[in-house]
Ligand binder design. Structure first.
Ligand code: URP
Ligand code: ZN
Ligand code: ZN
Length: 472
């Protein structure tokens, strides 16, 4: 069925203009005015913005972590994502040492296949490097279309990899066209500080933050960036939370290193004091890296504005307060790390960023969609509004005011980290490949309709914006 979207304001990473969009066979077929409407369903976007569907580069759905499993799976998680204006996600596929990579990937296909309502791809965790892993990686890239690899520098004795693994992953990624992602915190020192805190009887949630100081994020970010320079490779730093890490990314980029960075909603609007909420409520705000002292927020906003950070992910990793976060009542190290964010990612950046004049509307689209597509091999199929691109579109009311709440959200968890926050802007309708998933704020999609995304290799030429160099 053809559709014509009329009366909306089209917004891409570079332009804002009035036009109509003709959608045919799931793709954008024409952009113009007075398009022929014969046989087409008319979609009235009056008063709304029309932008490319959000691409969330950082989700953990149905993932075993912290002694439990994330509450949102590929069905509830992608439905919530769609309500929030996200039309594709890239989820982290965990691997186990000694296990063939293809087995881990099959497990993730099993979790997602009949459940996802939006399109999805996978990043692959690299926990060890040996001949078996090295032999499998080209196949993972070329056949599975998985072109990004995650190395954890923290979570000692669980997910953490050593520097040799990181360096050899960087070298291999360079050779085969992959992008290496790091969780950058110094896991060894954190392990020492957490043990010491527990020995001293410090068990409350606030000690999660106090045992992971921001110097340790800065140190790991700088180390990963230097190893990237040495390997002449490419690096993407996930969930940047503080000035120490921003400084390291800026320095690496000023040297011309291929280093990119992401931040997330929680680091822009919440801060360390939330971990001190009474009655163990602080556990709701346990992320790694932890929420930081408030002054870091301005540094992050500036980094988004000036291009030191290029993407905005959710780090969706949801756990119920009851029964899951509560696992750490007597020991903060047992609180599962992470929170429910997938649904509110776009609205928070729009409301706090665009509406408050911190970033432009076009930067908003770049951060939430276009640059993600370029970095992770999805552009121009995804991440823009152009003839031939998938018709992944958000019709967004930029003026509606609402209050974020667990009472009304669509994630499967019993709290919302942004409870009570007043925001402006909300998706009205969301289309994936031309089909409604959300129509007039109602879910009309179908579990299993999301398609697996095989992604292209990393390409610096694709992802630099016009007139942009790595040095800033
Ligand atoms: O606390 C977090 N960030 N949980 C999700 C796992 C990770 O480190 O990204
Ligand atoms: Zn992480
Ligand atoms: Zn994460």
């Amino acid at each position: 069925m053809k559709k014509i979207i009329k009366n909306g304001t089209i917004v891409t990473a570079t332009d804002t203009y009035q036009a109509e969009l003709l959608i045919e066979d799931g793709k954008i077929a024409q952009i113009g005015t007075n398009l022929s409407a014969i046989g087409a369903e008319i979609v009235d976007a009056k008063g709304c913005l029309v932008f490319p569907g959000g691409i969330d580069p950082h989700t953990h759905l149905d993932m075993p972590f912290g002694g439990t499993i994330t509450k949102d799976d590929f069905e509830s998680g992608t439905i919530a994502a769609a309500f929030g204006g996200t039309t594709s996600i890239i989820d982290f596929c965990l691997t186990n040492k000694g296990e063939p990579l293809k087995d881990a990937i099959q497990t993730w296909h099993g979790k997602s296949k009949d459940k996802a309502v939006i399109d999805y791809g996978f990043h692959l965790m690299i926990g060890e490097i040996n001949d078996k892993v090295l032999n499998e990686l080209p196949q993972v890239i070329n056949e599975e279309g998985i072109t990004s690899f995650k190395v954890f520098m923290a979570y000692k004795n669980v997910l953490q990899a050593d520097d040799e693994t990181l360096f050899r992953t960087l070298v291999t990624a360079k050779e085969h066209g992959g992008l290496v992602m790091v969780h950058a915190e110094n896991g060894d020192v954190i392990d020492y500080l957490t043990k010491k805190a527990l020995e001293e009887g410090k068990t409350e949630p606030i000690y999660h933050a106090l045992t992971r100081p921001q110097e340790l994020e800065g140190e790991a970010t700088g180390r990963a960036a230097r190893l990237t320079g040495l390997a002449n490779s490419q690096l993407y730093v996930v969930h940047v939370s503080c000035s120490d890490a921003v400084e390291q990314i800026a320095e690496a980029r000023s040297k011309g290193f291929n280093v990119w960075g992401e931040t997330c909603p929680q680091y822009l609007v919440l801060d360390q004091s939330y971990l001190e909420k009474p009655n163990f409520e602080g556990a709701k705000y346990v992320w790694s890296p932890p929420l930081r002292e408030k002054w870091n927020q301005e540094v992050l906003w500036n980094a988004l504005k000036n291009g030191t950070l290029q993407t905005f992910g959710s780090d969706q990793c949801s756990f119920d307060f009851k029964g899951q976060k509560e696992l750490g009542r007597n020991d903060f190290t047992k609180i599962p790390n992470g929170g429910p964010i997938i649904e509110d990612r776009l609205t928070i950046l729009f409301s706090e960023g665009v509406k408050k004049g911190r970033i432009s509307l076009n930067q908003f689209v770049d951060l939430t969609s276009t640059r993600v597509a370029k970095l992770f091999g999805l552009f121009p199929k995804k991440g823009t509004i152009a003839i031939g691109s998938d018709a992944d579109l958000v019709i967004f009311d930029p003026n509606v005011e609402r209050v974020i709440s667990a009472e009304t959200h669509h994630m499967a968890v019993d709290y919302n980290a942004f409870e009570g926050m007043k925001v402006t802007g909300e998706p009205v309708s969301v289309l994936v490949r031309g089909d409604y998933v959300i129509r007039d704020k109602q879910f009309v999609g179908k579990p299993g309709s999301g398609q697996y995304l095989k992604r292209e290799k990393y390409s610096l030429n694709t992802l630099l914006n016009q007139n942009e160099t790595l040095s800033i």
